[in-house]
Design a binder for this molecule. Structure first.
Ligand code: AKG
Ligand code: FE2
Length: 361
């Protein structure tokens, strides 16, 4: 159908131009992080890794306790895991990743039609940045990436807002969203069971018409990956993320026991991670863990994160069954819209969103 390697080589011949950049991308001062925010790549663990879970691990009568247990343990200890044999056809995921790559290969003027700095716009191309205060002055560093985000369900409500180019984009997105939706519900159910709750408990708490957003990230090759980041250190703000990443290239790193660990791609696997809302719902038992994306020197990398979050009117707080004398509520209840407001307020700074809702005992 297509030759990905050939495609990659072609792409790298012309330097990437960011959607809002006037010249081909270069490592100018605006992209260079302050010393203490640089990734220190030599200190990333070469040994540690995150769990890999086989989703076919069932006993024929619904999920085997071992699958629920494995997921539960990964959620408590890592907040991150990879899944294999998840049921989403590899060919479809590859077509989706190819369409995303083609989108970022469009001329910058064409991508610019969707560029906005308004984070509340449902369909948008943007650049993230990191703001740090240095000797009382705010320094803004642009991340070495471009992102494209939009809702992924219900398809009919937003397809007309999606780009017409590449020509297959709308159709592949609809097909992929359907498959990911099935997987997402299955994972939410397994996670509920892991907490000893009814299968549909978390999904119900997140509410009808949940917040369903996809975010594609494009990381051009970077002359010096030590000086920049593709995405700054963050936790995901929604409930659950299913991420696909370019095969054969690393970039995603997560914190485990105070050390950065690289999440290397496994053929046809997805990376699953918990967002802030599951940390709150589980009363802190399951973790929404800090992660970042580093850049690569020679090749561009693409990742596609599919988020599942609460309806903006849902009330989120620790689930009552998980509260007792030994485990008093760690967070106050809030409307999810309130959380989103806090998120927007903190954007670009060191994100401490869920901390704003913590209860201290
Ligand atoms: O590129 C990656 O692997 C990380 C993406 C990510 O963390 C995100 O989109 O929230
Ligand atoms: Fe993330």
């Amino acid at each position: 159908m297509f030759n990905r390697n050939h495609h990659t080589v072609l792409r790298e011949q012309t330097p990437f131009q960011l959607v809002n950049g006037k010249v081909p991308l270069s490592l100018s001062p605006g992209f260079i992080l302050p010393q203490d925010k640089r990734p220190l790549l030599s200190q990333v663990s070469k040994l540690a890794t995150i769990p890999v879970i086989n989703m076919e691990d069932e006993d024929g009568h619904g999920p085997s306790s071992s699958l629920v247990e494995k997921i539960s343990q990964a959620c408590e200890e890592y907040g991150f895991f990879q899944i294999i044999n998840h049921g989403v056809p590899e060919e479809l995921s590859e077509r989706m990743m190819y369409a995303i790559t083609e989108f970022f290969n469009l001329p910058p003027e064409e991508r610019a039609e969707l560029f906005t700095e308004d984070m509340t716009k449902p369909v948008r191309v943007s650049n993230y940045c990191l703001k740090v205060v240095e000797s009382q002055l705010e320094k803004k560093t642009t991340m070495w990436s471009e992102t494209f985000s939009h809702p992924w369900h219900p398809v009919d409500d937003f397809t007309h807002l999606l780009p017409r180019n590449p020509p297959q984009y709308r159709e592949v997105t609809a097909e992929y969203a359907k498959e990911i939706g099935v997987l997402m519900k299955r994972l939410l159910s397994l996670i509920s069971q892991g907490l000893g709750l009814e299968k549909d408990c978390i999904q119900k708490r997140l509410g009808e018409s949940p917040r369903l957003v996809s975010q594609a990230n494009y990381y051009p090759p970077c002359p010096d990956p030590e000086l920049t980041l593709g995405l700054a250190v963050h936790t995901d703000l929604n409930a659950l993320t299913i991420l696909r990443q370019s095969q054969g290239l690393t970039g995603l790193q997560v914190i485990k026991d105070g050390q950065w660990v690289s999440v290397d791609p496994i053929p046809n696997a997805f990376v699953v991670n918990l967002g802030d809302q599951i940390q709150v719902l589980s009363n802190g038992r399951y973790k929404s863990v800090h992660h970042r994306a580093v850049t690569n020197k020679d090749l561009h990398r693409v990742s596609l994160a599919i988020f599942y979050g609460p309806n903006k009117d849902s009330i989120i707080g620790p689930i009552e069954d998980l509260i007792d004398e030994e485990h008093p509520p760690a967070y106050r209840k809030y409307r999810f819209a309130e959380f989103l407001e806090e998120f927007v307020k903190q954007e670009g700074r060191r994100r401490m969103v869920k901390e704003a809702f913590e209860l201290r005992h």
